[in-house]
Design a protein around this ligand. Structure first.
Ligand SMILES: C[S@@+](CC[C@H](N)C(=O)[O-])C[C@H]1O[C@@H](n2cnc3c(N)ncnc32)[C@H](O)[C@@H]1O
Length: 331
């Protein structure tokens, strides 16, 4: 069936599509097509097309739309996107391109309230970054990961959906009845699922807002009774919870080594430590192993059970995890 379409150069595609959307002229029943360097945008009637674009109308037989519209269809290229609840994060250095992508995301069928772009690296002790809000206005959302819900505000706390698989790997090792300490807990993406598996969890974070979300998330997921959330420096936990932990999660990759004395103090007789680190590809696991051995001294036998590259962090640098069993000497 013949349908009027506005034909423009691909580079002008998003600008023209936005103008047609503003004029309520888009034909949502047919798909946009890209051929060579021309984009063909189906319109719902010639009379709705702004006058200066009228000469660009051609008759075509576009494909009917029978599946959701992806941003790539609107843009003519595949943007790099990350989903966090109903927030979409674009990864763009060029501000104009970031705004073009944000507009396409909002016009696509992705369920989305806010589009953000990174405005700074992850910074400071609390590991939080700044954001440009490109569309919508909130930075708070509820993210779902392996059956759990996490409320969080990306402008106030650390959270990376990219670590979901890694977190799941660790959480699957947890057995009912364990005592676990999540030393750098954030909003609880380790602590809450560990509690769901039957662990008794102490979860600590320096960031007051993160701990507020952590408490909310424990309640939201029905495990508030098994999670003790503590605000403050984890080093302050060492006395109260000394010699108790069957499992320690140390997800503070740039400086976890500074907390190994605390980890050893918290460890019970037989304790698995999930130690995250960022190291050069030439020796990604050696520095962590040596730091743990030094902290354990003669008090514990150290057995590195798993060495795992979690992801590439920067050129020639890896984010890694060592699963290390500490067994008290003489046991
Ligand atoms: C990389 S984030 C990890 C958060 C969480 N485990 C996750 O996977 O989303 C590290 C967290 O450690 C917290 N932190 C930094 N220094 C700390 C300290 N001395 N004691 C307790 N928490 C600390 C930060 O506020 C941040 O939330």
């Amino acid at each position: 069936m013949s349908v009027p379409c506005v034909a423009v150069d691909r580079e002008r595609g998003e600008t023209v599509r936005s103008r047609l959307a503003d004029a309520d002229a888009l034909d949502g029943d047919h798909r946009i097509a890209v051929e060579d360097d021309t984009i063909y945008i189906p319109v719902s009637g010639r009379d709705r097309v702004p006058a200066d674009l009228a000469h660009r109308i051609v008759e075509r037989d576009p494909e009917r739309r029978d599946r959701p519209t992806a941003p790539a269809e609107i843009l003519g290229y595949e943007p790099s996107l990350e989903r966090l609840g109903d927030i979409v994060i674009v990864d763009e250095d060029d501000d104009e391109r970031a705004r073009e992508i944000a507009s396409a995301v909002m016009d696509s069928d992705i369920p989305c309230e806010t589009v953000l772009n990174r405005a700074s690296p992850i910074e400071g002790e609390l590991r939080v970054r700044r954001w440009d809000v490109l569309a919508g206005d909130g930075t708070e959302t509820v993210h779902r990961e392996y059956g759990h819900e996490f409320a969080l505000d990306v402008a106030e706390v650390y959270f990376s959906p990219r670590l979901a698989t890694e977190r799941h790997r660790v959480i699957e090792q947890v057995e009912s009845g364990e005592s676990a300490v999540d030393m750098f807990a954030g909003v609880g993406p380790y602590a809450v699922p560990m509690a769901s598996r039957g662990a008794d969890v102490v979860a600590c974070d320096l960031n007051e807002r993160a701990v507020e979300f952590l408490r909310e998330n424990a309640a939201r997921n029905g495990v508030a009774a098994s999670v003790t959330a503590v605000t403050g420096d984890v080093r302050e936990l060492a006395d109260e919870y000394a010699d108790t932990a069957d499992r320690l999660v140390m997800n503070l990759p740039h400086s976890a080594d500074e907390f190994l004395d605390t980890a050893v103090a918290l460890a019970g007789d037989d304790c698995v430590v999930h130690y995250y680190d960022i190291q050069h590809e030439d020796d990604p696991f050696g520095p962590g192993r040596r730091a743990i051995e030094a902290a354990a001294g003669d008090a514990y036998a150290v057995d590195v059970e798993t060495e795992r590259v979690v992801r590439s962090y920067a050129p020639h640098e890896y984010n890694v995890c060592l699963d290390v069993r500490l067994t008290r000497a003489g046991d």
